[in-house]
Write a protein that binds this ligand. Structure first.
Ligand code: BES
Ligand code: ZN
Length: 884
């Protein structure tokens, strides 16, 4: 017995092959009963069977083991022990079990919980009446809360599910229904047996729904289920789903493995979406799109989410990671593939340029000392949740992109198809993928990629040009300005003065140098770069490294190379991705105190004629950070810095206006929303007055064309800028809209605006509102993101006072987002200490990583703030730039 405790994996003397699972959910009583018969293969001598179970009451008397040798003689265990802390059920028999196949039968019961994990209850309204639905969310390790099982990704088995539910309800599972028996008020649904799959992908949904459907050219029935009366809002996702399925079938040279695909909008949902095999579940905001009420950014979000979850049907569901250490194989690939699919369906969205925001999130997190390698040890189920982070998703996707661009798109696709074929209905590790890629490409993929997935962090490559020799120096980049001890094999790319002159090579050591002549291969190239007889770089020439930002590293140029690139930006010679990259690397170097804020602002000044959505959107992101730290460091210059950013942004805002125009591009629509929000936050008068006027019109008529969904959040934020505790009417109007609407996207917009008010007393009211029953637990996170700078202290005090309740009510990433959103904006060492000391007695394994990362961010902000105070040319530069 004792020997099974405290282990990270189940013992492997019995392996599950097939589950027959019967469940009877009681929606009004919020409980369920069930029984399971599991065919297992006993592969070595044992008296014990050990499987997972959590929060279930097991009927000990019901447990039986039958083997073909003793078909009529059923064995009952003499010991049935639930080890709560390890979430295992240990069955001890008096005799050694016969080797070979046997069937384990167990009856059990459980509660439909409110935690959005395991088998849980979600609520909705139908004809004014509050109703319950029953939903499962098993990833990463919560199938064990619904039925006893071998709850590990490598323990694949087939599932034959039977549900007994009220006759009027829709009940869905991974496979189609083969038979339905109605018996008065209840019906029994028999689902077809599934192919072998991992337990975390099993799913059940029971409730009232409408649906829309389509059939793929291969005859696969695809449906989108949503709340009764809203099925029109499922049409967009349905279309994306059908197109994605087709695309992936071609890309992987392997058809979708199941006979149907259902996608369901769930009103209470912890993540954004979940790729259950054949039954994908979503938050409403991630699946539903309504042309009248949804913003263009929501439309894009739906497309990306659907494409992501459907990529998992191959990468994840058909071929599954062997253990959670390889989670990134699932999430990194699905993220990368979603861009591939969306780019093909909506080429006009320039989605690969937008992908850089994903890479940037990876680069930001991975620059912390408290980051972790892509392949991370997992020793306990409670550690899995925290690795669904920007390392597994964004860095994962970015290193895939880096490898793809190094090996070439067609070689990469061929290798992936053969990987999928080789490991279909099975499991794989990271090195299995490298092996296939190495075979197909003949390149040293394993050696190259180990340096990216087995150690945390990434390099900054510093470049100096001395006497026509380029010198490289890679160091482990850390956001606080120090350097780590990592070293990488860096697939470097560069181009000289034109995208036609590109080179690539592997930087394998810390230092390296290259003769520019060798690099360009011809004396004429040299001449064009340097000019005749010149030592330095010629006017008009430039060298850009990390071409199109496909590499996961940063570049630091020497003064001369940097100046040449600024000219290239001004003379519009760089691609949008390279303009983005140059700016982002400069910004990161500036935060790490390796470059002054004045030089960053001068670089930004070169972007006055920028037109690309993603680049402008990134300028906005950077402006928020700069303004926030400037407010702490140099309050006297704050107004001028704001004026500088307003100057860059308002030209575009003026051009785009507030209303939609026929035929305008998706990217312009998204840009308009972001620009107006930024201008509203910076207190731009014209924007504010216009927002007030349009908001009034919207209050009188929710269908007014004066305030389309894409500009609504900007109006809400603008309104909140002038609300005070003694004049709350704007705040109250927003609450009224919140209460009247049944659109989740509208509710989210409002929640994200309320706490942006500069009056701390209003911030407190907004935060308290998040804890009321009017806000679903899944949505509180939206309210935390928008807290104004003036509201920081209030929010921190509020978090401390409510921590006990919050830590009991939320879990996983929903809980950690309370910490990261409220803690990270501070910028002083004293605050970091105060935060550390508050949590020292409240720390738990599930918040440890996020807490350390958030405190590290506060310390980084603090250093940055100090360095800005010491930037003596800043005042002059800001004055000059802000009056242009
Ligand atoms: N497998 C995840 C869902 C998940 C996340 C389960 C965390 C358990 C813990 C799913 O495929 C996913 O990645 N969803 C994303 C959406 C996607 C578009 C990035 C999400 O939920 O944010
Ligand atoms: Zn995913």
């Amino acid at each position: 017995m004792e020997q099974f405790k405290g282990k990270s994996r189940l013992p492997s003397f019995a392996i599950p092959k097939r589950y027959e699972l019967d469940l009877v959910p009681d929606l009004s009583g919020c409980k369920f009963g069930g029984s399971v018969r599991i065919s297992v293969d006993v592969v070595s001598d044992t008296r014990f069977i050990v499987l997972n179970s959590a929060a279930l009451s097991i009927d000990s008397q019901s447990v039986r083991f039958r083997s073909p040798q003793s078909w009529f003689q059923e064995l009952s265990p003499s010991e049935v022990v639930l080890v709560e802390e390890d979430e295992i059920l240990v069955l001890g028999f008096d005799e050694v079990l016969p080797i070979g196949e046997g069937v384990l039968a167990i009856a059990f019961a459980g509660t439909l919980n409110d935690q959005m994990k395991g088998f849980y209850r979600s609520t909705y309204e139908h004809n004014g009446e509050k109703k319950n639905m029953a939903v499962t969310q098993f990833e990463p390790a919560d199938a064990r809360r619904c039925f006893p099982c071998w709850d590990e990704p490598a323990m694949k088995a087939s599932f034959k599910i039977t549900l007994v539910v009220p006759t009027e309800l829709v009940a869905l599972s991974n496979m189609p229904v083969t038979e339905e028996k109605v018996d008065g008020l209840v019906k029994t649904l028999y689902f077809q047996e599934s192919p072998i799959m991992s337990s975390y992908l099993v799913a059940i949904v029971v409730g009232l729904f409408d649906y829309v459907e389509a059939v793929t050219p291969d005859g696969i029935n695809v449906r989108v289920y949503c709340q009764v009366g809203k099925s029109d809002q499922g049409k967009f996702a349905l279309d994306v789903a059908v197109k994605s399925l087709n695309l992936y079938k071609g890309y992987f040279a392997e058809p979708y493995a199941l006979p149907k695909l259902d996608m369901v909008a769930i009103p209470d949902f912890a993540a954004g979406a979940m790729e259950n095999y054949g039954l994908v579940t979503y938050r409403e905001t991630a699946l539903l799109y309504d042309a009248r009420h949804s913003a263009a950014s929501s439309k894009q979000g739906v497309a990306i989410t659907v494409a992501h979850e459907l990529a998992h049907q191959w990468f994840g569901n058909l071929v599954t990671m062997e253990w959670w250490t390889h989670l990134w194989l699932n999430e990194g690939f699905a993220t990368w593939m979603s861009y591939l699919a969306v780019d093909s369906i909506f080429p006009e969205w320039n989605i690969w340029t937008q992908f850089l925001d994903d890479s940037t999130s990876g680069l930001r997190l991975d620059a912390l000392a408290e980051s972790h390698p892509i392949e991370v040890d997992i020793n306990h189920a409670s550690e899995i949740d925290e690795i669904f982070d920007d390392i597994s998703y964004s860095k994962g996707a970015a290193v895939i992109r880096m490898l793809q661009s190094y090996l070439g798109a067609s070689c990469f696709q061929r290798s992936l198809a053969s990987y999928i074929k080789r490991y279909a209905f099975s499991n794989a590790k990271t090195e299995d993928l490298w092996a296939v890629l190495e075979e197909e490409s003949g390149e040293p993929v394993k050696m190259l990629m180990n340096s990216w997935t087995k150690q945390k962090g990434y390099p900054v490559v510093s470049l100096t040009l001395k006497s026509q020799v380029l010198e490289f120096d890679q160091t482990h980049f850390l956001a606080d300005g120090s350097s780590g001890d990592g070293q990488w094999i860096v697939p470097l790319t560069l181009c000289c003065s034109s995208y036609n002159a590109q080179k690539k090579f592997l930087l394998k050591t810390k230092y390296d140098k290259l003769d520019i002549l060798e690099l360009l291969g011809s004396p004429s190239g040299k001449a064009s770069l340097f000019g005749e007889n010149s030592q330095g770089i010629a006017g008009g020439s430039w060298i850009k490294f990390n071409v199109d930002q496909t590499g996961f590293y940063r570049v630091k140029y020497d003064v001369e190379l940097a100046a040449a690139l600024i000219n290239a930006v001004k003379s519009k010679q760089l691609s949008a991705t390279d303009r983005y990259g140059l700016l982002e690397d400069s910004f990161a170097l500036c935060m790490a105190c390796k470059q002054t804020l004045s030089s960053l602002l001068s670089l930004l000044d070169a972007y006055r004629e920028e037109l690309e959505y993603t680049v402008l959107s990134h300028i906005i992101t950077i402006s928020y950070k700069v303004i926030s730290v400037a407010a702490d460091a140099i309050p006297g210059l704050l107004d001028d810095i704001k004026r500088f950013f307003i100057g860059i942004l308002q030209v575009h805002a003026q051009k785009l206006g507030w209303e939609s125009r026929d035929g305008e591009s998706h990217l312009d629509v998204m840009l308009r929303g972001e620009l107006l929000i930024a201008l509203a936050k910076f207190g731009h008068d014209i924007t504010h007055n216009e927002a007030v006027r349009r908001f009034e019109a919207f209050l009188n008529d929710r269908n007014t064309l004066l305030l389309p969904p894409d500009t609504r959040k900007a109006a809400y934020v603008a309104i909140m800028q002038t609300v005070t505790i003694s004049n709350k009417s704007g705040y109250e109007s927003l609450l009224r809209i919140y209460r009247e609407t049944d659109e989740s996207q509208e509710k989210v917009r409002i929640l994200g605006s309320l706490a942006s008010c500069p009056d701390p007393e209003i911030v407190l009211e907004a935060l308290n509102f998040l804890l009321t029953t009017e806000v679903r637990n899944q949505d509180a996170v939206y309210g935390l993101g928008g807290v104004s700078r003036n509201g920081r202290e209030t929010a921190w005090k509020w978090l401390k006072e409510n921590w006990e309740y919050i830590s009991k009510t939320w879990a996983g990433s929903l809980l950690t987002s309370f910490i990261s959103s409220i803690v990270s904006p501070f910028s002083s060492d004293e605050k970091a200490e105060e935060i550390e000391s508050f949590f020292s007695s409240r720390i738990t394994p599930s918040i440890t990583r996020t807490l350390k990362q958030s405190i590290e961010r506060v310390k980084i902000n603090s250093k940055w703030r100090e360095s800005i105070r010491n930037d003596h040319s800043l005042g002059e530069v800001v004055k000059e730039l802000s009056h242009k």
